[in-house]
Design a protein around this ligand. Structure first.
Ligand code: ADP
Ligand code: ZN
Length: 539
């Protein structure tokens, strides 16, 4: 559609004639009006909410080019292609282009022949791009993934800090900042850093009611995963009720786990394919296109996969490793069920995840403040995993939104039992204290549990640990249950992983009150999927 037509039109006409949609959703119309009138906007809207149109349509209506700042270079091509397909004159400028390609885009921009121009944040910080923008006419600035400007967020990008200059350099150009993940603190910080004090704020509900959240204790994670996927695929029907193989994404932290998990799923007859940054670009492109075009493909991926992949009928997202933050978890699980149909987010999580993540933070090259921040992100994620009340209430409250128990998460559907874990916690903590008195010894959770259960392992014998006062005093729980106790104490800060690099468990300031009997410990009784409910009720 020629640009002049769009300019003469109301937003709703542009929606109909350019994008082919019947009506606006949620706050879209109000956000568009705000920008068309020259005002600024801050938009918090979950993935799939329809953020793109809120700056694309004003860019078509206002004179000049809409400049979109997006950190996802890999997606620019797709976004531009999609816009061109509906007749919008869109281009991008980024480091993947040749000199000639950039020259052509620059010329088009200066000639006023572009409706939208996508640029990477690092590009904007260069004098060449800044000079270019000064010479052309700009309809608006759209700052996508605006939480990246927040140093306390989970995804900070230093180049975003430069964006604070936009308000000074182009005081008359309206700006819109958009994000799908922002806590209240991040919301405040991005508003301030981007100079959006006079903006209107549009905060949509972060609830995704069609996604069922489930978090299971990890036993045999690959077996659990197979059982979960089979259950999903058996239940899967399309909007008309016709059975259709379910597509899903399985997230793992490392490339090795991705490869191994995909192979295992294939050996069980599941159409699974690995996806990570170490694979050839052509292989990745092929995998992605199979996922988009065929039914029932399961992608096993590192978090590199999924950004901007617009597949509406992803029926499940599974995590076999613990995400590093609630924001990350929310973003990844949000890729399920964009079509509004029932979908499941499943996470298996265990003691080793907590130990591993705490060690990763310790070993990370960041400064103290950085590690503290990462620790807080992890703590929030652990609180979500260990909660005995509604997962959704916990998740939404993390983003500053209150809600009622949802009836569509594992804890609502089968409320977990709790038990007074004070005595087991004391037994465990006092074993930790006793071991700590021995010099230069590193003992992890497995050894602690062996001692409590009175096992005579080579390690126990070598160290004479049968003689510890706590040896064999913990037979009221089985191994899996003890691991659950250790995990929960770690998650709630009653135990810590020392920074010795060996995963040695140490007590914390908070543990002292438990050891002295001044503080009770309420624990969640894990329900193990593989063992079945009956077995899990033992203690
Ligand atoms: P977000 O950026 O918030 O994740 P998108 O802008 O990618 O969401 O929109 C998600 C999907 O919803 C896209 O396929 C988009 O075309 C579609 N969409 C957005 N707004 C509308 C609307 N008003 N009517 C119908 N479909 C819409
Ligand atoms: Zn719930």
């Amino acid at each position: 559609m020629p640009q002049t037509d769009a300019r003469a039109q109301a937003p709703l006409d542009v929606l109909h004639r350019v994008f082919g949609y019947g009506e606006f959703r949620g706050d879209q119309a109000a956000i568009i009006d705000q920008l068309v009138a020259g005002g600024d906007a801050v938009v918090l809207m979950p993935t799939g909410g329809g953020k793109s149109l809120t700056y694309q349509i004003p860019s078509l209506i206002r004179p000049g080019t809409g400049v979109v700042i997006s950190p996802l270079i890999a997606l620019m091509q797709d976004q531009v292609d999609a816009l061109r397909a509906v007749g919008v004159r869109a281009e991008f400028l980024n480091s993947t282009q040749s000199f000639d390609e950039r020259r052509q885009v620059e010329r088009d921009f200066l000639a006023g022949a572009l409706d939208l121009l996508y640029v990477a944040p690092e590009g904007l910080t260069t004098p060449r791009v800044q000079e270019l923008l000064k010479q052309g006419e700009i309809a608006l600035f759209a700052i996508d993934e605006a939480h990246c400007v927040s140093q306390w967020g989970h995804d900070f990008r230093p180049d975003y800090l430069w964006l604070s200059n936009l308000a000074k350099l182009w005081p008359a150009v309206p700006r819109i900042a958009l994000t799908a993940t922002a806590t209240e603190a991040t919301h405040r910080e991005l508003t301030e850093r981007l100079g959006l004090q006079n903006a209107r704020h549009f905060v949509a509900s972060f609830d995704r009611p069609n996604i069922q959240y489930r978090i299971a204790p990890k036993d045999e994670v690959r077996q659990q995963l197979v059982a979960f996927i089979r259950e999903q695929q058996a239940a899967s029907v399309d909007a008309a009720g016709v059975p259709v193989p379910a597509a899903g994404i399985v997230y793992a932290l490392s490339r090795a786990t991705v490869e191994k998990t995909a192979e295992f799923l294939r050996s069980k007859g599941i159409d699974a394919m690995p996806y990570h940054a170490g694979l050839d670009a052509s292989v990745r492109a092929q995998t992605q296109s199979r996922f988009l075009r065929e039914d029932g493909v399961v992608i096993v991926a590192t978090i590199a996969f999924g950004m901007g992949i617009d597949k509406p009928d992803v029926r499940f997202v599974a995590h076999v490793d613990l995400p590093k933050s609630v924001e990350g978890y929310y973003q990844e699980t949000g890729r399920a069920g964009r079509d509004g149909q029932a979908s499941v987010a499943w996470l298996a999580y265990g003691l080793a995840d907590v130990v591993q993540q705490r060690q990763l933070i310790d070993k990370s090259p960041g400064d103290r403040a950085f590690k503290q921040r990462m620790g807080q992100h992890l703590d929030a994620m652990l609180a979500l995993c260990e909660t005995v009340s509604c997962r959704r209430v916990n998740l939404l409250s993390y983003f500053g939104q209150s809600s009622e128990p949802c009836g569509n998460c594992d804890t609502c559907l089968a409320p977990p039992e709790t038990f007074d874990g004070t005595v087991p916690a004391q037994k465990l903590l006092s074993t930790v204290v006793r071991l700590k008195r021995e010099r230069n010894q590193q003992f992890g959770a497995g050894h602690l549990i062996d001692i409590l259960m009175g096992k005579v392992t080579p390690r126990v014998e070598q160290n004479g640990h049968q003689r510890l006062a706590t040896w064999g005093i913990g037979n009221e729980l089985n191994q899996a249950q003890w691991r659950g106790v250790v995990r929960q104490l770690l998650a709630t800060g009653l135990l810590a992983v020392s920074d010795d690099g060996y995963g040695t468990l140490v007590i914390t300031d908070a543990s002292t009150a438990v050891l002295r009997g001044e503080r009770a410990v309420e624990l969640r009784r894990d329900v193990h999927e593989s063992a079945g409910r009956a077995a899990a009720r033992a203690p």
